[in-house]
Ligand binder design. Sequence first.
Ligand code: CP
Ligand code: NVA
Length: 310
Amino acid sequence: MESQDLINISDLTTTEVMEVFSETKKLKDSLKKGKSTPVLAGKAMGMIFHKPSTRTRVSFEVGMYQLGGYALYLSGSDLQLGRGETISDTARTLSRYLNGIMIRTFNHQDVVELARHATIPVINGLTDLSHPCQVLGDLYTIIEHFKINPAKPKFNGLKVVFLGDGNNVANSWVEAAAKLDFSFAICPPSGYEPNKQIWQASEEAGAHISVERDPKKAVADADIIYTDVWTSMGQEKERDKRLRVFAPFQLNSSLMAKAKKSAKVMHCLPAHRGEEATDEVLDGPTSIIFDQAENRLHVQKGIMSLLMGG
Ligand code: CP
Ligand code: NVA
């Protein structure tokens, strides 16, 4: 893969996205057959976290172990970064020890800056702006459930409908729609649309993206109904207001009754059960939320292998 880092899906070419899926399939099939794949033997990756995590932390750490490498958990507050050391000095120092850095933080520009000064690959494990590993894992989950060829994925206009906040996960979906032939509609309350620049760039790149205001209309022709928390990490002060504004966008049985029987339910997790989605939907027969969680492991192994292997 030509790209040095994974900061946003928009930075990848469609060919690179397909390479990620092919590598993922290879590694996932090997794991299921019990064949080891030590493609990163002797390599180490630092994982900087300024926000909590269950899936990202565990899947990257276990993924690195399964690839024969070593992953270090670096809590943001324990690093000198938390005491004012600059991002560029941190990047240049870590580049002398490690073969890659995964970072989860607030300000997206900090990840861009880290990558600019690092001489090793940098992977975005979520910022306030985007969550590329999540959406690549989600796309791989769709590939599996809809029996699509991962090497040359044809989505044939499959429709992904995202209910709720135009947040980091939604922004990565908007970017992905410019790379692959699925259509994406978001159904947010007014004022909670995805990032304007990302939206415009994807539209200019030919993505099939749209905004629908009525949740019932939005889900009617969806193949995938996706939702995420209404209050993302860092927005806790807005929680009460958000609970009120987003209430009509809850994914529940009465909304599911308006959708196609075959529509799959997705959520990046963690869920605030009873807020953005009810238990009966999240645990219902069309929910594929834990396949999504599992595929974070496989897709990130694919990404690490392509960026740090060889
Ligand atoms: N979906 C996701 O990134 O989960 P974590 O916050 O648990 O890492
Ligand atoms: N939008 C959520 C995603 C968590 C994986 C957040 O940023 O908190």
